[in-house]
Design a protein around this ligand. Sequence first.
Ligand SMILES: C[S@@+](CC[C@H](N)C(=O)[O-])C[C@H]1O[C@@H](n2cnc3c(N)ncnc32)[C@H](O)[C@@H]1O
Length: 313
Amino acid sequence: MERFINSFITGKCEDVLKEFPENSIDLIVTSPPYADQRFYGTDESRIHPDDYVEWFLPKAIEFKRVLKETGSFILNINDKVVEGKQHLYVFELVLKLVKEIGFNFVRDYIWFNPSTPPNIFSTGKYGRTKKSHEYCFWFSKGDTWTFNLDPIRKPYSHDMLKFLQGRGKGDRKYNSRPSTHSFDCEKVWPDNGGSDPGSVIKLDYIDYIDDPGSVIEIGNTSSNDSFIKMCKAKGIAHPARFPEKLVEFFILSGSNENDIVLDPFCGSGTTAVSAHRHKRRWIGIDANKDYCELAYDRMKLEFPDEYEQMRLI
Ligand SMILES: C[S@@+](CC[C@H](N)C(=O)[O-])C[C@H]1O[C@@H](n2cnc3c(N)ncnc32)[C@H](O)[C@@H]1O
């Protein structure tokens, strides 16, 4: 296993992973090609929605095999409208991953991207709004899995801090919402040192809860300027990066320092960047050699003093 640590490996993940021992990976965080028929420069591109589940399942068998018993698999994916209907391949895949492959379903997270640009649905002609979210499904291999809430807590809001100190709106012990639901606040909302992570539901009357969190709000804007400049200089860019903050949420909560984090569809290496930043070991696999080289160069840019210990295979 050691020879693969902190490396980008060119190849199809379903083949490369056959060389990995079972029970060797702590966390898989990945965003495969969606069935949106985007071109990634290899024959693995442009998968039709009707063929997607069949394409994915052999890979999922390997993911489960290489994961440790306490390991998790985070799948960032999205669907599309085909002939006027939202296609069901994402939901069909989730069902198969659980019922056929044997993963446990832990939580469905929504990644809300407030900077989703207008598209054809913004015209109102197609009977639905534009879609401003994607899915992040958390699966575990076994019945218990690594989970750390503290590193992903958000700082309390001003109002929540006042509330916890017995000041501010409402009574500290019993508080009620306009819906007349009452809560024993001391039991339900002890001071945890920060609020639950995630959140976008900003309803004024519950602003002191600071939102429970399975909705993660992150704009997918070009946040890494030096990387974008490097892509321009090289004349290559990856068409579908996910934001580092999104991966960070799952790496911090789903793994510990020195754990091994795998991205089997690593693209420009976003998972590796976040894993390295947070002192995890990592492995990235991509079918396109150019993307592996781009990801390696990105590591050079991000970690100029450490990249010599990283490899391209
Ligand atoms: C959505 S992109 C991943 C982007 C990545 N999350 C990032 O932030 O740059 C999917 C990647 O999967 C790669 N890919 C497609 N089929 C593959 C396979 N069978 N094995 C490994 N990589 C594959 C594509 O080349 C593409 O780079």
